[in-house]
Structure formats: C-alpha cells, structure tokens
Design a protein around this ligand. Structure first.
Ligand code: NAD
Length: 465
C-alpha cells in the first residue's frame, strides 16, 4: 500500500474500490485504445475527415456528450487517479474534473470574425489543424485529458494521446469513456485515442509521425523542448514556480486564508498553486499567525524544517518524487511529527537561497521568505519565477504595487487577492485550462489555440451599409 492511501480512511477506501469495480466493469469492450501509434494515427486521420464533414450542431452534441460522460464517471476517475498515481486528494480531483468538464469552452470559442469596408468583406475562420498529438502529465491525468479532448475536438481536430506512463490505467480508462461518449453522440470512432501502453518510445513516435500535424506538451521543461524542436506546429505548456507576494497594505487575514487554500488544493500539484510566499517584514509575523489560525497550516520549527528539507530535497538539489502530491501528514510522519487530519500544509521561514524557494515542490510544504519592502519582494518574486512565464500572485490593496509586480513578472496568469486556482477559473472569472501555454504564448488554451487561421476575401461586395 502506498503512503497516501494509508491515511485514507477505511470507509473511503471501501467506497473507492466499489466505485472502481462498478464503473470499471461497465467500460469493458469500449474502444479508443489500440496497440500501435501507426494504427492510432490512421484512425485519427479518418475520424478527423469525418468530423469536419459533420454539422457544427453535431460537433456541439459530441462536446456535450463528453462533458456528461466525464461528470457521470467523475467519482470513479478521481478514485482511480489517486489509487494509481498516489498524487493529490480525492475531493480535489472531483473539483478538477467538474471544472474541466464544465468550464472548458466548446465550439463557441471558434466563432469566425467578419470585417466589412470600402473594399468588400473579409471573413476570418478558425480552421482545424488536423491530427494533434498530445503528451499529458502525471499530475493531472484526468484534467488535462478532458480539457484537451473538448478543446481540440471543438476546433475540428482529432487527438492522439500519449499519457504519462505512470497514469496509464486512469488515462486509458478516460480515453475509453470519452471515445464511447463521442460515438454515442454520432461522432466518428477514433477521434480520441491512446495506445494501450504509452511510454517514451510511443511518445517519440507521435512526435515524429508525418501524419500528425501539431504537437501539444503539457509537462516539464524537457518535454516542452522536445515538441518545440520537432519542426511541427507545437504548443508547450511547461512548469511553473508561482511566487505569492504579500505587501503591508494587504488584508492579511484574507491573504493567509487564500494562500492556505490555494497551496493545498490537490496537495499542491497544480502548476498554478502557490509555491513560495514572499512577505514584507512589517506583516510577516501576522501572516504566519493567521495562516496557523486557519487550522490547516502547521508551522515547522527550524529543526523540523531542516529534517523535512533533507527528506524532500535530494543531495543533488532535486525534488524527491516519493513525496510529490502526498498529504502533509505522510510527509511529516517521516520526520517524527504526527498531525491531525485537519492539517493540509506545513510552512516554515526560509532564507532566500532555500532549495524549496527555487524548486517546484508540488507538495504541501511551503517556504515563507521575509523581505524588507515591496520593492525587494517584487524583485525577488521575478527571480524565483525563473522566466517560466507561468503564474504569480499578489495580496495587496495598493494598485501601483500590483501593477508594478504584474509588469515586472510577465506571467501568463497573475492572481490578485485570491488563491492560485482562481486564475484557472475555479472561483475566479474566465474559462479553465489545464494546458497553460507560457513558453509558446497561447495562454490558457482553448479551442481557438488548436486551429489555423484562414481568410476569405470577397472584393467589392457585401457591404450593406
Ligand atoms: P513530465 O514532463 O515528466 O511528463 C509530461 C508528459 O511528457 C508525459 O506524458 C511524459 O511521458 C512525456 N515526456 C516526458 N519526457 C519526454 C521526452 N523526453 N520525450 C517525449 N515525451 C516525454 O511532467 P509530469 O511530471 O508528468 O508533470 C508535472 C509537470 O508538468 C510540472 O512541472 C507541472 O508544472 C507541469 N504542468 C504544467 C501544466 C501547464 O498547463 N503549464 C499543467 C500540468 C502540469
């Protein structure tokens, strides 16, 4: 039994096992899974041709059917994901899947643009790119796959997935469910697919396959570099290390609550989660006190912080993957600290050069760095984000400070006075995305990001005013 499962209560475990057995048996015999990349791509080429011959109304029905199937199977998928990867929290996986199923834009995202003038009419349409190869991460095996399926199909494409090998069972089960939903709505088989046993070899075959028109990598820097050097149109959605800056004008109690909520969703594995706090000295003590008062954050002693650091950071200064996405109780138990179930996060005061300030820890252990003033906080925030152009946060009531940080850090997402997940539409305005393209600039991707623009010009006619 893995560590995370140890702390799931007997009752929850029983429910999870029953759900997996019940829903799992129902998905037997569905398709969407094949043995080879070549087979997958041939099916995907055919399916995409058939999709674009269908009406947009049918495409909308396909999208609705995918949304419904995901919601119907949410409990099973969330449970399976936790069971297989041992990353995150069951109740947060449920939220992740609902978010992706309901707030990923559909066909409405590719509305054409028309422009009329002295010379006639110009119509700009967002056309499909064809077959897309999508490499998905272990951290969000369901969220990314749901979001990518809806977005890419809404744009008129077919998609060939190469899920992370350590999330194969969850991802292939989800591909089957989505595939079934498409076929039930009258869509072509093969529109989404995965090989039964995805691995680095199949990923490479997808990257190099001549009939795949576009690549999308959602993961760390190396895989983003792989797709960007493929010679194909590519979107890279890479790693982040979101700093959260708190200045002396902030509502400190609210900031403390937001930071604890944001940093603990799914045990910190979202790429948008707060990863380090940078706080102005004047309010640092209050912030830490209010974080403790949420009842969810445990303040480590310097001695405990040292032990935890040695546990979760390897001698090569890398994150020890054994602790990614684990509950805080599991991590702290290893250093002799027993915490009650109500705790979600461990915090500690750290110097600027602490490894957890610089590494993307993806676990509920968070450094708090004190700085002299907001200027220093902004400068240090920019440094620790390390040019990922991903996400940054600020708690402040000073508009000039917020503007200064947003301008300096240049991230794709900038959240003010809220938790990090508000930036992906959970309790914040706007659509969601689980492929946030900082390196290539598409931002929070949606259907339009998976299209190519085509212009149609009608000269000297159709201006009716
Ligand atoms: P990862 O980079 O290890 O794997 C991602 C995918 O790429 C997997 O399918 C993997 O099999 C494949 N892959 C990895 N190396 C490859 C290579 N050399 N050639 C071909 N394929 C390769 O990432 P992970 O550990 O699964 O996910 C966590 C990372 O993803 C974190 O850094 C997180 O911030 C990032 N992430 C980013 C976003 C975003 O939207 N920007 C979303 C989720 C996760």
């Amino acid at each position: 039994m893995t560590m995370n499962q140890e702390i799931i209560t007997g009752l929850v475990k029983k429910v999870i096992d029953e759900l997996i057995m019940e829903k799992g048996s129902k998905s037997e015999g569905l398709t969407g899974l094949v043995d080879t990349v070549d087979e997958e791509v041939e099916n995907a080429v055919e399916a995409q041709k058939r999709l674009i011959e269908m009406s947009l109304e049918r495409r909308c029905e396909i999208i609705s059917s995918i949304r419904k199937a995901v919601l119907d199977n949410n409990e099973m998928l969330s449970a399976l994901s936790i069971k297989e990867t041992d990353y995150g929290r069951y109740e947060d996986k449920i939220r992740e899947n609902i978010l992706c199923a309901t707030k990923t834009p559909g066909v409405e995202d590719i509305q054409p643009i028309a422009l009329s003038g002295d010379h006639g009419l110009m119509l700009l349409e967002f056309a499909p790119v064809g077959v897309i190869g999508s490499l998905t991460p272990i951290t969000n095996p369901t969220g990314t796959l749901i979001h990518n399926s809806i977005s890419m199909i809404a744009a008129g494409n077919s998609v060939v997935f190469n899920p992370h090998p350590s999330a194969t069972e969850t991802s292939t089960r989800l591909v089957q469910i989505i595939h079934q939903a498409i076929v039930e709505a009258g869509g072509p088989p093969g529109l989404v697919s995965s090989v039964r046993e995805p691995n680095l070899k199949t990923a490479k075959e997808i990257v190099e396959h001549p009939k795949i028109n576009m690549l999308v990598a959602t993961g760390g820097r190396p895989v983003v570099n792989v797709v960007l050097s493929s010679g194909k149109k590519a979107i890279g959605a890479g790693a982040g290390n979101p700093p959260v800056v708190v200045d002396e004008t902030a509502n400190i109690r609210k900031a403390a609550q937001c930071i604890v909520d944001g940093a603990t969703i799914n045990n910190n594995i979202f790429c948008t989660c707060e990863k380090e706090v940078i706080v102005v000295d004047e309010v640092a003590d209050s912030l830490v006190k209010f974080m403790q008062e949420t009842g969810k954050a445990y303040l480590l002693t310097p001695e405990e912080a040292k032990k935890v650091t040695n546990l979760v950071v390897t001698p090569e200064r890398k994150i020890n993957i054994a602790y990614i996405g684990k509950n805080v109780q599991v991590i702290l138990r290893e250093v002799g600290v027993e915490l009650g179930e109500e705790y979600r996060l461990a915090i500690f005061e750290a110097p600027k050069d602490h490894p957890l300030v610089w590494l993307e820890q993806m676990m509920p252990v968070m450094p708090v760095v004190r700085v002299k003033d907001v200027q220093e906080a902004i400068e240090f925030g920019v440094e620790v984000e390390q040019g990922n152009r991903h996400t940054a946060l600020m708690h402040s009531t000073n508009v000039e400070n917020m503007t200064a940080f947003a301008r300096a850090i240049q991230t794709t997402i900038f959240v003010k006075n809220g938790p990090g997940y508000a930036g992906i539409g959970l309790g914040g305005e706007g659509h969601t995305s689980f492929t946030i393209a900082g390196p290539t600039g598409e931002g929070l991707t949606s259907a339009r990001a998976f299209t190519r623009q085509r212009r149609c010009t009608l000269v000297e006619s159709f201006r009716i005013i």
